[in-house]
Design a protein. Structure first.
Length: 560
């Protein structure tokens, strides 16, 4: 019966769903996952993928997902990061069952270490971490046993307790599992379980000066929380046997680990360590600089949570590492914003147009549709006056044949307003076009001609008198090379690949309703792209971010 269900569904299931359905078929009653960030930086789009997988699977199978901070290294971790991580997960639309910290388990982990010592499965080693590394051997050669390997359980217990009590300086001793110095998996060559770090921990303060290593802490933490499916990225597959070994040796709840391929994106660097460097060196405005791949940056830039979730869904889960085209992420945000973002008019490269037969001082309000994809979004009034701005590239003095926008003697439709005709091109002494003199057809209000003549071009505009000025930040990729680590042109590091034009600031002229636009709420500037007010924006100085352009390179590539 169960296999039948599996067979009919097989095509649409990803391999993690298959694993879960198999375990349910074998009698597993619960699905319990966890998302285990280390609070040593802000979450990025790769973490978003992991969040969507862990929370998504739990939701799909009626289970729960815990949030567990992997806070075993007091030196690199901070509450600032804890808070940001919680905020980002909530923003993505997920709720954790319980919030836990690996540090909640320090007492339990210590007791289990004592159990392993008593069983003769762990010992205190006086070698330095460097000596330990040097005697670990290689893939083809076995390692060398430590001279301290055969200490008695009593001596180990005594030393371990004194390590905990703070009797020894950093690096003086470690606790190691006693497994096999000739094991083909290097991680089994007496892995370090605890090291001494005299540092204040953001949660446990100065209670501890010995801290567990990832391999000793992670599986046991999963086990304590009775995690059924511990999902992590591919590079941890070599750790899985060790994960199982500790659980077996302790005879505790058997959590299991499963690996999927981490997300890599073109033009994007994901490592928290390097992102921290960018922040510290001032190469970006902060962790939430819209050019960063962090979740808070995507939020600031105007991405919606739905678009990030859709992206995670679209790239799916793979068993092999690959690099995803950044254009896919942009495709997802465009798709979502096209549905939800209201339309507004804004001119980013203004050319002044004087409508010579329109009365001085007159103002009219035209009704504009907020979102053609959603009638419920309603309409708004946009002021029109004698002087307006249009985009400079919506006019050409000597246009090619199929140019339907404004040209000398030609007519164009102003979106929602009138038909105008270009009568005169005004230039400065250098020959640069400074303004256009046009006439309008008073019978064409709302955009249709009274005599049925066809005018093909439609352009957007803003009233020069009523427009509000804003700083508009146009973003491009932070790196100019598809692979940030590209060294094919003699670059010495990824820093050489930073894109000097990744942020360009211009002044835009926006229809007045945009003065009230809430920070982070994205609109479509008609015919241009999606934009939202930045966190730097204020009443005195509006700042808008470009979320994404309208042009969709991915859809185009896919059609070819
Ligand atoms: P980084 O190397 O970017 O600093 P990390 O793996 O050290 O990331 P953690 O805080 O340890 O960051 O990660 C929390 C979870 O997110 C882990 O389960 C990890 O496997 C997952 N994760 C991290 N980066 C990615 C990625 N690029 N794609 C998918 N999952 C990821
Ligand atoms: Mg990590």
């Amino acid at each position: 019966m169960a296999t039948e269900v599996n067979e009919t569904k097989e095509k649409s299931l990803n391999f993690l769903e298959e694993i879960i359905e198999e375990s349910i078929a074998k009698g597993e009653k619960r699905v319990q996952t966890r998302f285990p960030p280390e609070p040593n930086g802000y979450l990025h789009i790769g973490h978003a993928k992991s969040i969507c997988i862990n929370f998504g699977l739990a939701k799909k199978y009626g289970g729960l997902c815990n949030l567990r901070f992997d806070d075993t290294n007091p030196v690199k971790e901070d509450v600032e990061y804890v808070d940001s991580i919680k905020r980002d997960i909530e923003w993505l639309g997920f709720k954790w069952a319980v919030e836990r910290y690996a540090s909640d388990y320090f007492d339990q982990l210590y007791e289990w270490a004592v159990v392993l010592i008593k069983k003769g499965l762990a010992y205190v080693d006086d070698q330095t971490q460097e000596q330990i590394r040097e005697t670990r051997g290689t893939v083809s050669e076995p390692g060398k046993e430590s001279p301290w390997r055969n200490r008695s359980a009593e001596e180990n217990l005594d030393l371990f307790e004194r390590m905990k009590a703070g009797e020894f300086p950093d690096g003086a001793k470690v606790l190691r599992a006693k497994i096999d110095m000739a094991h083909p998996n290097m991680l089994f060559r007496d892995p370090i379980m605890y090291r001494i770090i005299h540092a204040e921990h953001h949660r446990t303060g100065n209670k501890w000066c010995i801290y567990p290593m990832y391999d000793y802490a992670h599986g046991q933490s999963d086990s304590i929380e009775k995690i059924t499916h511990s999902i992590c990225t591919l590079e941890f597959d070599v750790h899985r046997p060790l994960y199982d070994w500790f659980i077996d040796a302790l005879g505790i709840y058997p959590s299991h680990q499963y690996e999927f391929a981490r997300l890599n994106l073109t033009y994007t660097m994901m490592s928290k360590r390097n992102l921290l460097k960018l922040v510290n060196e001032g190469a970006v405005m902060g962790w939430d600089d819209p050019r960063m791949p962090t979740i808070c940056a995507l939020r600031r830039k105007g991405y919606t949570p739905a678009s990030v979730r859709a992206f995670a869904e679209m790239v799916g889960v793979a068993k092999r590492d690959n690099v995803i085209d950044l254009a896919k992420l942009e495709y997802c945000v465009r798709e979502d914003l096209n549905k939800v973002a209201e339309r507004r008019m804004a001119v980013l490269d203004p050319l002044k147009v004087v409508i010579t037969n329109y009365p001085q001082g007159k103002v009219e309000y035209f009704e504009c549709v907020n979102n053609p994809e959603n009638e419920a979004a309603g309409k708004r009034q946009v002021p029109f006056s004698r002087e307006i701005y249009i985009e400079r590239d919506d006019f050409m003095e000597n246009p090619p044949k199929k140019y339907f926008r404004l040209q000398p003697g030609g007519e164009v439709r102003l979106r929602y307003a009138y038909l105008i005709k270009c009568e005169e091109v005004i230039k400065d002494a250098q020959g640069n076009i400074t303004e256009l003199h046009c006439t309008y057809d008073p019978m064409s209000g709302g955009g249709s001609s009274s005599d049925g003549r066809r005018v093909k071009g439609v352009i957007h505009w803003v009233s020069a008198q009523y427009a509000v000025e804003a700083e508009v930040r146009l973003f491009d990729t932070l790196f100019r090379t598809e692979d940030p680590n590209d060294t094919s042109e003699g670059q010495t590091s990824w820093e050489d690949n930073l894109n000097p034009a990744s942020m360009v600031k211009i002044t835009g002229y926006l229809e007045p309703s945009l003065r009230e636009q809430p920070i982070g709420k994205t609109v479509q500037f008609e015919r241009i792209g999606y934009f939202c007010p930045d966190t730097d924006s204020s009443n005195d100085h509006l700042v808008f971010n470009r979320t994404v352009t309208l042009k969709d390179s991915w859809a185009k590539i896919n059609k070819q």
